[in-house]
Design a binder for this molecule. Structure first.
Ligand code: SF4
Length: 309
């Protein structure tokens, strides 16, 4: 198909990729040439990194050792427990039934959920905690989906997971929680991409804009809409994806990638530090971080936020 014949949603994705290349080029040229041979070797721009870069850019530059946190474990278990597609009209099994079944199968699997043996060797109480958080996560997910579902849904991560900057160790990753499959094809892309978030706030629109960019770049087709389910408030914000909205997502990706590349270049001190109660929890920089020390020494009534527990 020649370029003029290409449907608008593919052309829009082509343009988006060109804009991403322009915006990320100053960062990409600081990464090695070629395609990262192993998982984890590239500089990844993710939803998590975007949020962290806006909380505290310095912390976003630190590559912290990977460990399973309950929230991540819950997400992983949830999507292992769910069917990958849910046809319209099909009723949902209760979350606790799906999670229990997934965990039972996991105990017999040599590599359950990609946890390696971490899950099987974890203390019983830890496994129970993961199961509890996964059940709660899935219950929130189901609250956002009418039962039975009115349209076909693809649940869990998309098979289009990431876009790679041409010939560089730089990738932009998606993280949709579910996607309407309706009319995603040669002539039209009417997908709505859904992501789950915690509290609703200033990050909600930015998270949606970043996901719009990541999904469009990775799938090569611009979806119609992106929606954010704020699980603590039970609210749904839905955004039409257009050029202006995509620009917000590109800007967010650049902020995150700038923080990450500073970390690669051992240039954390060029970045702002923004202390906060939740932001600083578990940060390895804490013992040496002057802004954190100053924040911690500030009387509670003047520093804002919640008291330390
Ligand atoms: S301790 Fe807090 S302010 Fe300092 S780098 Fe870590 S997250 Fe940022």
């Amino acid at each position: 198909m020649t370029a003029p014949d290409r449907p608008p949603h593919y052309l829009a994705a082509d343009r988006l990729r060109e804009r991403l290349i322009d915006a990320l080029e100053p960062i990409a040229v600081q990464t090695p040439e070629g395609t990262a041979p192993k998982f984890g070797e590239a500089l990844y721009v993710t939803h998590f990194l975007v949020n962290q870069a806006f909380d505290c850019p310095a912390r976003a530059s630190i590559e912290e050792p990977f460990s399973w946190r309950p929230a991540l474990a819950a997400r992983t278990i949830t999507f292992a427990a769910l069917p990958t597609t849910l046809p319209a009209g099909q009723p949902l099994d209760p979350p606790e039934v799906l999670v229990r079944e997934a965990l039972r199968e996991a105990m017999a699997d040599p590599d359950p959920f990609g946890f390696n043996d971490e899950f099987q060797n974890a203390p019983k109480a830890v496994r129970a905690h993961y199961a509890l958080v996964a059940t709660a996560f899935m219950a929130r997910l189901f609250n956002a989906i009418p039962d039975p579902v009115p349209v076909d849904l693809q649940l869990g991560p998309s098979r289009h997971k990431e876009w790679t900057f041409p010939d560089r160790y730089l990738r932009v990753r998606t993280r949709p929680d579910f996607t309407t499959n309706a009319r995603f094809g040669k002539d039209t892309d009417q997908r709505c991409v859904w992501i789950m978030a915690g509290a609703r706030g200033p990050h909600t629109r930015r998270a949606a804009a970043f996901e719009a960019v990541a999904t469009t770049a990775a799938s090569g087709s611009q979806p119609d809409r992106v929606a954010v389910v704020s699980t603590s408030a039970g609210l749904i914000d839905s955004y039409t994806i257009d050029d202006d909205f995509l620009q917000e997502g590109i800007d967010a990706a650049v902020v995150a990638a700038t923080a990450a590349i500073a970390g690669w270049n051992d240039a954390i001190d060029t970045l702002e530090r923004r202390p906060g109660l939740f932001t600083c929890q578990g940060c390895v920089e804490q013992p040496l971080c002057a802004p954190y020390a100053e924040w911690e020494a500030t009387p509670l009534l003047t520093r804002g936020g919640l008291p330390r527990l």
